[in-house]
Design a protein around this ligand. Structure first.
Ligand code: SG5
Ligand code: ZN
Length: 265
């Protein structure tokens, strides 16, 4: 687990820059995406592979989030869109807030959503995650927004049901639903071409400025009750991890693009 950071007090986001200078950089994430300021573009189709079929996956409480990884040989990857090359799945994890009115890291028109899923991929050309993070185009992260509602989202059924098994920091459990990865990584191919994209950073220390962000426009839903389960896990400082989102960072002249899908051929 990368360092002794947290989301409150003397290890909170405003202090990360003391130990991790890059957290004070100019191209940090998350950001507020103002729709009136985006530049529209038609990128080639964003393509997912290795999604079909089942994936044995496990989830871990790493003290900062609920993280899901796979030890399956069938590894998801993405290419196309604004990406140059193929990017291989590393892990996915979630960000949430103390209440349902906040929790997402990226904001749209200054609006917070209740939760955000990050699916982290590394550039295949660099052979490993460890090598990829040394390169400025090493990672891409897919961001999916969730809004809390009354209706449960079946995608989260196994995760929520098994959450009691990962209350303690460092604990992990095999996820009973072998389709969970497929459902989280590529929930709705029809919406997959509708995204914002910009260059930024990891949203946790060491805040490396090596991430091409792809934030899907259309929010999904999660129930209030399902979301509450995420707040029940413990954090590195021994208290409940009630919130784990970094505040938005200055855009500082960067361009945010919005993909406008071309005509299907
Ligand atoms: C890196 O940055 C880290 C994550 C961290 C994110 O991707 O990945 C690795 O070190 C994988 C080997 O840290 C871990 O996975 C701990 C083992 O995410 C978190 O776990 C904290 C939320 C931050 O990624 S992000 O920019 O997409 N939020
Ligand atoms: Zn994240």
């Amino acid at each position: 687990v990368a360092g002794n950071f947290s989301y409150d007090g003397t290890n909170g986001p405003s202090h990360w820059g003391k130990e991790h200078k890059m957290c004070l950089g100019k191209y940090q994430s998350p950001i507020d995406i103002e729709e009136k300021d985006v530049t529209t573009m038609t990128f080639p189709e964003l393509q997912f592979s290795g999604i079909e079929g089942s994936h044995k996956a496990y989830m871990t409480n790493n003290g900062h989030t609920v993280m899901i990884q796979s030890f399956d040989s069938n590894v998801p990857s993405i290419s196309g869109g604004s990406l140059n090359g193929t990017y291989v799945f590393q892990q996915l994890h979630f960000h949430w807030g103390q209440n349902d009115n906040l929790g997402s890291e990226d904001l749209i028109n200054n609006h917070s959503f209740s939760m955000e899923l990050h699916v982290v991929f590394w550039k295949k050309e660099y052979d490993s995650y460890e090598e990829a993070i040394k390169r400025n185009d090493g990672l891409t992260v897919l961001g999916y927004l969730y809004q809390a509602m009354d209706e449960p989202n079946p995608i989260f059924e196994s995760i929520v049901q098994q959450m009691p098994d990962i209350i303690g920091v460092g604990s992990n459990v095999t996820i009973s639903d072998n389709n969970v990865l497929k459902k989280l990584v590529a929930p709705d191919i029809a919406s997959a071409q509708n995204y914002f994209t910009y260059s930024g950073s990891l949203t946790t220390p060491p805040c490396l400025e090596i991430v091409q962000w792809i934030d899907f426009v259309k929010p999904q839903h999660i129930s209030h009750e399902q979301l509450a389960a995420f707040r029940s896990i413990q954090s590195t400082d021994g208290t409940n991890l009630t919130h784990n989102f970094r505040p938005v960072q200055p855009l500082d002249g960067r361009t945010v693009y919005r993909n406008i899908a071309g005509v299907e051929s």
